[in-house]
Design a protein around this ligand. Structure first.
Ligand SMILES: Nc1ncnc2c1ncn2[C@@H]1O[C@H](COP(=O)(O)OP(=O)(O)OP(=O)(O)O)[C@@H](O)[C@H]1O
Ligand SMILES: [Mg+2]
Length: 372
């Protein structure tokens, strides 16, 4: 076991120690001198500003950070302002990153200002978590209302079906009436199916967790999707490496997740183009692993369902997960809401990328060992 010995208060701390301390900090640190030249830019700052790891010391900050006008605005005039923000947030449009920061002046022991420092933290992940939290609350409220409505509608619907059946029996010699009544019964059946789907959606997810090789639900999902939607002439490529770790998951519910995504892809492809399903393991945040506490990545499996269809417009990206949002004449708009609910129950996440050139990628990330 390693122990950490506190330094005696009089022991001098080497410049090397300070350099390593600042360099390894989880927060970004940027310091400039009074002439606006960079004195320090630690590793996290380089990562956030997407700068190569070469020395920027002595260069003017306007040159080094030219690509990030939002940061330039924060730093300009830092020596002239009466007060400096100790807790502020900006969105760096250049990288679409939300950054929390504080600014302070660097003073000598005698109080003379010799520079300024900016400390900052990437808040993008935290913000996404908050957005998910809000969506979950909204879903809970919508779900409760839908459950009540579905229950109320079920009874009169059953009544319509029974009464229509009676009319059919009473008009055996009237083919026109028979045809109309059959239509009524079919419509009532369809409404009933939607009500069932709603009730299923609002029911809490109960997982039957078991060690699962992700290839199993993926294979079942492709078969299920083929039986429920038209694949037509689209090519389907499944790439799942053999050595992937098994995950603790409910394979039937995961089948439903992937089947929904594949059905959506078939519908978007409309009989032509390509669907790719790719799975891989991820251990670090950079590889796409889950970071539940925003600090430590946990072993995860990433599954991408990618179609070459028309894509999803940017302003629709968040909406598609909302219950009842659909652009299809026969759609209920519950597919992706159910997908998100099941993925949430597995403590995973679902993301969507739709580049401007077309095509859609739904990414499901699942923990190998969920905490439940
Ligand atoms: N792969 C995709 N490409 C393009 N648009 C998509 C894709 N997947 C989903 N969408 C859009 O998201 C909407 C919502 O999808 P969702 O699966 O929740 O409902 P739905 O497919 O319309 O109906 P349901 O799944 O209940 O039959 C779709 O109507 C469609 O506009
Ligand atoms: Mg769907």
């Amino acid at each position: 076991m390693s122990t950490v010995n506190p330094l005696p208060s009089s022991a001098p701390v080497s410049a090397d120690f300070f350099r390593c301390l600042v360099s390894n900090m989880r927060s970004g640190v940027l310091a400039i001198d009074c002439g606006g030249r960079i004195v320090l830019l630690n590793d996290e700052a380089l990562r956030l500003f997407r700068l190569p790891a070469t020395g920027f010391s002595g260069q003017r900050f306007e040159h080094v950070l030219g690509e990030h006008p939002d940061i330039l605005r924060v730093l300009s005039g830092v020596f002239d302002r009466p007060t400096l923000p100790s807790r502020a947030e900006i969105r760096m449009k250049s990288t679409d990153t939300v950054v929390g920061y504080s600014l302070s002046l660097v003073r000598t022991e005698a109080g003379a200002v010799i520079g300024a420092a900016m400390f900052f933290k990437d808040l993008t992940y935290v913000e996404q978590m908050e957005e998910r939290e809000r969506l979950r609350d909204r879903l809970a409220a919508v779900g409760e209302m839908a459950a009540v409505m579905a229950h109320e509608i079920k009874n009169p619907l059953a009544g319509i079906e029974v009464l229509a059946g009676l009319v059919r029996r009473k008009t055996p010699d009237n083919p026109d009436a028979q045809a109309l009544v059959t239509d009524i019964i079919n419509e009532a059946k369809m409404a009933n199916a939607i009500v069932q789907e709603v009730l299923e959606f609002v029911r809490p997810v109960r997982l039957q967790v078991e060690p699962t090789a992700v290839v199993e639900p993926l294979t079942s999902a492709v078969a299920l999707a083929d039986s429920q939607a038209r694949r037509g002439g689209c090519r389907v490529k499944v790439a799942v490496p053999d050595e992937l770790p098994r995950i603790r998951a409910d394979r039937h519910q995961l089948t439903q997740v992937f089947a929904n995504l594949i059905i959506n892809a078939y519908q978007a492809l409309d009989g032509k183009g390509e669907l790719r399903i790719e799975a891989r393991a991820a251990a670090t945040a950079e590889e796409g692993a889950l970071v539940p506490d925003t600090q430590h990545a946990i072993p995860s499996i990433v599954v991408d369902v990618i179609d070459s269809g028309p894509g999803i417009p940017v302003d629709r990206v968040e909406k598609v997960f909302q219950p009842f949002f659909t652009t299809k004449p026969q759609g209920s708009g519950l597919g992706l809401a159910i997908v998100r609910k099941i993925v949430d129950a597995h403590e995973g996440r679902i993301d969507l990328a739709s580049p401007p050139g077309g095509g859609t990628c739904f990414r499901v990330t699942l923990p190998v060992e969920p905490s439940h």
